[in-house]
Write a protein that binds this ligand. Structure first.
Ligand code: RUB
Length: 317
């Protein structure tokens, strides 16, 4: 019965589903489907299926705490229920999944409402990669009749910037597309930088698509405000206990297919932008300084921390 999760994990791994939010939604829906299809006869068997699915999904992409937080929370709702009937437990998965997806949707709306206020008429916004949270914010600003332009980096090696560029054109936003290495030349034309996030650490550092930290440095040099647009649900509680966020390393083929033999190719998917380069995190609790993310997350989603400390009961936290 983990076939559903296996298919979802494969789609995530192959980047058929892209971006932290979409990855998390796909994982949540895989758990929902598993609960509908299950033939488990006992509570124990059902929990084992969920755990197998969890492991498959977690392995699909390593730098995705939003997916991990969502999957852990849904499974915890089953674990904490006293039910023994698998039909009742399956319903528990569905209701938890629905609730989580609702929260995700609400946070997206909230972030867009707050962030759109930062867009003023005539602004040029530079963005990197494709973040559905950033593009949703920009679509909200457009709906509010703001006039602005966007510069998108192509985002080597797999060109997620093209998704952003197409979305912007569909919205009717004047869009300029640049190769990543043109960012230093073109950032001077921008008024604001907006990027998404895959993970936020306890220190307020942000992990996003490879190249984001370079853009942050360029923004710093050019004195352009650099904001991260992300849900607090992307906070990784493991970092509180000292763990480093694992940076996914992807296939060299993405960089150069049929490259010369013996050539070493590295393809890290993400990099870390230190909080010192981030003006603010635009999240569902407002525009907050990156160093406040851990505390604000603790206030809003205390379960993220509880779940983590339950798993590491002997650890420092
Ligand atoms: C996507 C990426 C996005 C974040 C945020 O990387 O780095 O900026 O995931 O996206 P990849 P969202 O294409 O490798 O998944 O705001 O949609 O969660």
């Amino acid at each position: 019965m983990t076939q559903t999760a296996r298919v979802a994990a494969d789609r995530i791994r192959r980047l058929e589903v892209q971006g932290a939010r979409n990855v998390a939604i796909t994982a949540i829906k895989a758990l929902e489907a598993l609960a509908k299809e299950t033939t488990a006869e006992t509570r124990e068997e059902f929990l084992r299926e969920l755990e197998e699915a969890r492991d498959l999904l977690f392995e699909s992409r390593t730098t995705e705490p939003l997916m991990r937080n969502a999957v852990r929370w849904i499974i915890s709702q089953v674990e904490s229920s006293g039910e023994r009937q698998t039909t009742a437990l399956a319903k528990r998965v569905s209701s938890a999944a629905t609730l989580f997806l609702k929260e995700l949707d609400a946070s997206k709306d909230c972030i867009a409402e707050i962030g759109a206020k930062r867009i003023r008429d005539g602004m040029v916004i530079l963005t990197h990669c494709h973040s559905s949270t950033v593009t949703y914010l920009l679509s909200r600003a457009k709906k509010e009749d703001k006039t602005f332009e966007v510069i998108c980096t192509e985002t080597r090696p797999v060109f997620q910037g093209r998704i952003t560029a197409k979305e912007m054109l569909e919205l009717g936003v004047k869009t300029t597309f640049i190769v990543d290495s043109a960012a230093r030349s073109l950032i001077r034309n921008a008024d604001l930088v907006l990027v998404g996030a895959d993970a936020i650490t306890s220190e307020g550092n942000v992990i996003n698509k490879i190249g984001t930290s370079t853009i942050a440095l360029l923004a710093h040099e050019a004195r352009k405000p650099f904001y991260v647009v992300a849900e607090l649900l992307k906070f990784d509680p493991a970092t509180v206990c000292g763990e480093y966020e694992q940076i996914e390393e992807r296939s060299p083929d993405e960089v150069w297919k049929n490259a010369p033999e013996k050539l070493l190719i590295r393809n890290p998917a993400f990099d870390i932008t230190r909080r010192d380069f981030i003006h603010g995190v635009i999240c569902e609790e407002g525009v907050i300084p990156p160093h406040a993310v851990a505390e604000v997350t603790r206030r809003r989603y205390p379960w993220i921390f509880k779940q983590h400390s339950a798993r590491f009961s002997n650890a420092c936290c």
